[in-house]
Design a protein around this ligand. Structure first.
Ligand code: IVH
Length: 670
């Protein structure tokens, strides 16, 4: 890099360095120290300055993440050394066999394993020269891949610039986190585009978009797990050291990794993450086990296809074959009738599955499925299992087609399937099935997050007539709940507290809780940002609604229809009366209840995103700062809280979990 030669050039470099620092804080360390707005201001001044001096634009500038015109196609590019795949171990026995082979080949020398999660995405090689990202190449056939540099630049966790000057190549996995994947599918639904089957397909498709702006909108992540020099050879003497070095250069390196002294420790790691895998924010399909010492790796060498010094421990496939015994119909909160396959119980990766969703009549037709057929079912994460395909048709004498009922199976109301719609719906707004589903949605984790309000309790509350509309939950008393079967006074009062605490949920959550079709988490946030108040959204016209980002005619229509319906207008009034948040202005309240208090957020909170937690605190007049010091009033710690939590403990700073924070807002508010 040539040294900045003019004051403008050094001003540009200064701005870029600051932006890089904040991107690293945000996308890699998950620890933003400035607000999004502050970041935007900084980015805009860089854009402005670069527009005035286009000759000073460098490819590693943070403004260069999103490129210009769509491409024709991708150019092929050779790899410096083959991007190999790994042998698989499908169970403990195969892993032990691998370990025995290693021990023999190393002639009794001591060895350690570096053990990492096997991220389920696609691999990508990224080359750096003089500290700048030069080239990103997909795996391709292992020796030749495709150059996707421009698209890779849009991945915020992939550094465009690093500290080290030397030429090197990082290899890693491009993934789409679960949240980003779900959001993407909700958006696809809204645009009536086909859903992506899983995050891996979505990540692969997103990285290979001809239009870089589309890749940029997909929120991919890059986890580095391998380091090579220019010639494709290792740089350090241990793999672990390579990972630490990559992290120090600003790469996202998964910190769920471990050095294991023997195969038993490796198996412990594999079991631990098999149990936890559904709770991770991304999908994994196994564990990668590597000999840590590079000289020993060299000693072990390669077969034609894979290294002898590494193996992938694959988690059990999440698919299995079984029989469709019947097809029932469930009624959802929008009244949609969902056909559900009743299966001969079958264990799929450790969980017994006896139901799978079939979505709608069209899906059944697409699968060519009839009752009595054998099918492949798939379980992914905590999503409801689904039928992938028919593997064998049933015998003609037992095989029978599914027919959508013309009456609601719950309330006997009329069922209609509207023109252009995939779903058949029960049109009775008072259908108890719809009410239960509405409450279930309202209370769920990603919406109002009312812990303790589960299916059984919802059933009891509705059956006992205590809840006739979602808003009735805010009228429940501890005595009423405690009187229900299987409820004690303690769990009843916990529930009442959790219900009360949910009053502090921010507007996007409340909006999402209404269950408006096509209004998921992201759309709710964008709407709240655009309109700032529930009433303004409720009274907006279809045209006005479309001024919000990403809201097209179909979504706008759905929102307007929802609020036009008198039952929903009533619901809104009752939720208002219950004290839910309809307002969404970022008011830095002078005299707010948390005024003068400094908060530090660390780790992942169970239901609130970092932005939401921050907003709640700031709305109440508190301040959120990046690092823990003696001036910190509270550290709000979630899962995977790291050094900040340690520091807080050392300094004796008060700790809060999410419930504690919500409690604080509640008590400080009253
Ligand atoms: S190391 C020579 N580490 O799994 C060693 N791979 O079949 C090369 N993967 O193609 C791979 N997470 O796409 C390694 N922590 C990790 C990984 C990982 C995911 C993928 C990678 C590779 C495949 C191996």
């Amino acid at each position: 890099m040539s040294a900045p030669s003019s004051p403008i050039a050094s001003q540009l470099e200064e701005l870029r360095a600051q932006l890089r620092h904040h991107e690293h804080q945000y996308y890699v360390l998950d620890n933003p120290v400035i607000t999004d707005a502050e970041y935007d201001v900084m980015m805009r001044s860089l854009q402005k300055l670069e527009a005035e001096h286009p000759e000073l634009i460098t490819p590693d500038s943070p403004t260069q993440r999103v490129g210009g015109k769509p491409r024709e196609g991708f150019v092929k590019a050779p790899h410096s050394s083959a991007m190999l795949s790994l042998e698989n171990a499908l169970d403990e026995e195969e892993l032990r066999a691998f370990d025995n082979r290693v021990r023999e080949l190393l002639n009794g020398a001591e060895y350690r394993y570096a053990v990492e999660l096997k991220m389920d995405g696609l691999s990508l090689a990224t080359r750096y020269t003089g500290g700048v990202l030069q080239q990103a190449i997909t795996r391709g056939d292992g020796s030749i891949g495709e150059e996707v540099t421009e698209n890779a630049r849009t991945i915020r966790s992939l550094p465009l610039r690093v500290g080290a000057d030397r030429i090197f190549e990082a290899r890693g996995e491009v993934i789409l986190g679960r949240r980003a994947f779900e959001r993407l599918n909700v958006e696809r639904d809204a645009q009536q585009l086909p859903r992506f089957a899983n995050p891996r397909n979505a990540a692969a498709g997103s990285l290979r978009m001809l239009e870089t702006a589309v890749t940029a909108s997909r929120r991919l992540d890059y986890y580095a797990y391998f380091l090579l020099d220019e010639a494709g050879a290792p740089i350090f003497d241990s793999h672990w050291e390579s990972l630490d070095w990559l992290a120090a250069q600003g790469f996202l390196v998964n910190n769920k990794r471990r050095i294991c002294a023997n195969v038993d420790e490796v198996l412990d790691f594999c079991r631990q993450y098999d149990a936890e895998r559904d709770n991770l924010p991304y999908e994994i399909d196994g564990v990668v086990i590597k000999i840590d010492s590079i000289p020993q790796q060299r000693q072990l060498g390669y077969t034609a296809k894979a290294p002898r010094w590494a193996i992938a421990f694959k988690y059990a496939a999440r698919q299995a074959e079984t029989l469709v015994e019947d097809i029932l119909v469930q009624v959802g909160r929008t009244g949609a009738l969902t056909p559900v396959a009743c299966l001969a119980p079958q264990v799929v990766s450790g969980v017994t599955v006896s139901r799978a969703t079939l979505h709608n009549e069209d899906e059944i037709a697409r699968l060519g499925l009839q009752i009595g057929d054998r099918v492949l079912v798939e379980r992914s994460g905590d999503v409801i299992p689904k039928v992938v395909r028919v593997t064998q048709e049933g015998e003609p004498q037992v095989r029978r087609p599914f027919v959508m009922p013309t009456e609601c199976p719950v309330c006997s109301g009329r069922v209609v399937r509207e023109e252009g719609e995939a779903a058949s719906r029960c049109i009775n707004v008072n259908c108890p099935a719809r009410l239960k589903e509405s409450i279930r949605h309202f209370a769920s984790r990603s919406v109002m997050a009312i812990d303790g309000l589960g299916d059984v309790l919802i059933e009891q509350l509705v059956e006992a007539g205590l809840v006739r509309s979602v808003s009735d939950i805010y009228q429940l008393t501890q005595e009423q709940v405690a009187a229900l079967e299987r409820m004690g006074p303690k769990s009843a009062s916990n529930l009442i507290e959790n219900i009360a605490a949910s009053r502090n949920m921010p507007l996007p959550r409340v909006l999402g809780a209404l269950g408006i079709r096509f209004v998921g988490e992201r759309t709710a946030e964008l709407l709240a940002d655009e309109f700032g108040h529930m009433d303004r959204i409720a009274t907006a016209t279809v045209e006005e609604l479309q001024t919000a980002q990403e809201v097209g005619p179909k979504v706008a229509e759905s929102i307007a229809n929802f609020f036009r319906e008198p039952h929903n207008a009533d619901l809104l009034d009752r939720l208002r009366a219950a004290g839910l948040k309809f307002d969404h202005v970022v008011k830095k309240k002078e005299g707010g209840p948390l005024k003068g208090l400094n908060f530090v957020l660390t780790g992942t909170l169970p239901t609130l995103s970092r932005d939401e937690a921050k907003k709640l605190i700031e709305d109440a007049g508190g301040k959120v700062v990046g690092s823990v010091s003696s001036k910190t009033s509270f550290v709000v710690a979630g899962e995977e809280a790291g050094s900040k939590l340690e520091k807080a403990k050392t300094l004796g700073i008060a700790l809060l979990d999410e419930a504690g924070l919500l409690e604080k807002l509640k008590t400080e508010n009253s």
